[in-house]
Design a protein around this ligand. Structure first.
Ligand code: DC
Length: 213
């Protein structure tokens, strides 16, 4: 299997932004697993149907939904709710594993970001990064981004919804968001995106030394 970089962390930590930049920097395929959960939650796709789909097919269907809807807090909370289901997690895990087996001939490996990539989906990922930031900083970032599409939204609402989602994602019985010793922690609270990205590059380069000559 080609090397996998697992990026886990809470909502608004910046993991998606950094994961995407890392994938392009290292020429790895990128999979936003949160987007898969958001798409099936929003579209109400049943477990039986998910079994027939690939990650690429779900993402293709998701492209028909406006990004402002998919990325909204309402859909985020819905995704977090359905993500508690053992049946859904089982099929989602399978399709994420299929993705890393075939990331494409022109890709050196894959980068996946989510909540349980390094703990459950790909436990032998060559590099595991736990991206985090304080709840207030994460809420500020999300508030700024959500405000572009919804000028009624308040910071207090965003913070409340983020804390509710953190709690749901960390306390569920199956595959909760958990930090263990295998992860390198990347706290982005006091950094620009570029600073976090440069630190992440070093972490990945270091891990890849063990698998690539
Ligand atoms: O990364 P995100 O905020 O777009 O994810 C939306 C929700 O999907 C998240 O709150 C919980 C769920 N999720 C999950 O349970 N496991 C993943 N690997 C990714 C997302």
């Amino acid at each position: 299997m080609k090397p996998v970089i697992a990026m886990d962390g809470p909502a608004g930590s910046g993991k998606g932004t950094i994961a995407k930049k890392l994938a392009s920097h290292f020429n790895f395929a990128y999979l936003d697993t949160g987007m898969l959960y958001r798409a099936i939650a929003h579209l109400g796709i049943e477990v039986g149907k998910i079994e027939e789909l690939s990650a690429a097919e779900i993402l293709k269907t998701a492209r028909e939904i406006p990004m402002s809807v998919l990325k909204s807090d309402i859909v985020g909370l819905k995704a977090s709710k359905i993500a508690k289901s053992p049946e859904i997690r089982e099929v989602m895990t399978r399709l994420q594993r299929d993705f890393v087996v075939c990331p494409g001939d022109n890709h050196r490996g894959s980068v996946l970001d989510g909540r349980d990539i390094g703990t459950v989906v790909i436990p032998d990922a060559v590099c595991k990064i736990f991206v985090t930031a304080s709840p207030e900083i994460r809420a500020t970032r999300r508030f700024r981004s959500l405000k572009r599409n919804n000028d009624q939204i308040t910071y207090a609402e965003v913070l409340e919804s983020l804390i509710a989602r953190d709690k749901q994602d960390q306390s569920r019985e199956i595959a909760p968001l958990t930090l263990n010793d295998a992860y390198v922690v990347l706290d982005t609270s006091k950094e620009t995106v570029r600073e976090s990205f440069l630190r992440a590059i070093k972490i990945v380069e270091n891990s890849l030394k063990s698998v690539e000559p």
